[in-house]
Ligand binder design. Structure first.
Ligand SMILES: C[S@@+](CC[C@H](N)C(=O)[O-])C[C@H]1O[C@@H](n2cnc3c(N)ncnc32)[C@H](O)[C@@H]1O
Length: 255
């Protein structure tokens, strides 16, 4: 069973995903590409005046070309591959109640839904377009329909700092690249506390994020979680290794 290339769908290649999931933080690759162009122009001027090819502006330009390529790869493909691995490692039974915090257009939401049978996955989001291009509730619902999982998906509009769900209502809570978007660590701690509140005893919480993952780890440890944190590979770099993604996994004791 090759979930890896399939974004979670056994035997189906990632390129056959039917939904359209946009670009995360779309201003970032545009900024990288503009920086590459400006530096390339500088390299051209230096070459014209001196005849030298390998120059600092050329190296800066190549660096930003690499950042642009890495970012676009991660947002369009690498993120799906890594999440397929993460979800496969969870070995879901298929009957879980799952919450995806900051689900956006549903990249993780629909990958979870493919792994459920009688279970359901709920996405919650505020649909902020600067965080993901074309971000909208209707787009997410359309993606669920295109992927053939609409009957296992629900979508709510809500703020992750005050989740509109009862205590202990989910067996698994996931969040992909969402919590760092909050303005302060105080807000992030609040969001992690909310994720913990809605998690049922014996449940699991899995957060992949680009920043503040040590804050999530220490917050969860303080709440009594068994928690681990590790860096994910190059497929989840947002330009370069410094902008890599880390994974925080926590379990809630069964009461
Ligand atoms: C970079 S996108 C990631 C979306 C999705 N998880 C994925 O991996 O494709 C971050 C998401 O967090 C959402 N978000 C930001 N602040 C939020 C908040 N306070 N409450 C709920 N969602 C929020 C944004 O609207 C956006 O959909």
């Amino acid at each position: 069973m090759n979930h890896e290339a399939a974004g979670g769908r056994p035997g189906v290649l990632a390129s056959t995903r039917r939904g359209e999931y946009g670009v995360d933080a779309p201003y970032a690759p545009i900024g990288f590409a503009l920086a590459a162009l400006v530096a390339a122009a500088g390299a051209a001027v230096v070459w014209w005046n001196t005849g030298r090819v390998i120059t600092p502006p050329l190296i800066v330009s190549l660096f930003f070309v690499g950042n642009t390529a890495s970012f676009l790869y991660t947002t369009r493909r690498g993120k799906f591959t890594e999440w397929a691995r993460i979800l496969d490692a969870l070995a879901l039974h298929g009957d879980e109640r799952v919450l995806d915090i900051g689900c956006g257009r549903g990249a993780v939401l629909t990958a979870v839904a493919r792994r459920l049978r009688s279970g359901r996955v709920t996405g919650v989001d505020l649909w902020i377009a600067r965080d993901q291009s074309g971000n909208a509730r209707d787009v997410t619902l359309r993606n669920a329909a295109l992927e053939g999982v609409a009957e296992r998906v629900a979508v709510e509009t809500g703020d992750m700092r005050a989740l509109p769900f009862a205590d202990a209502s989910f067996d698994l809570v996931v969040s992909s690249l969402a919590i760092h978007n909050l303005a302060s660590n105080a807000d992030r701690v609040r969001a992690v506390g909310e994720a913990w509140r809605v998690l049922a005893p014996g449940g699991r919480l899995v957060i992949a994020d680009i920043r503040a993952t040590r804050v999530y780890e220490s917050t969860l440890a303080g709440l009594g979680a068994a928690v681990t944190r590790r860096r994910l590979g190059w497929r989840f770099w947002w330009g370069n290794p410094v902008a890599g993604t880390s994974l925080v996994t926590a379990s809630k004791p069964a009461s």
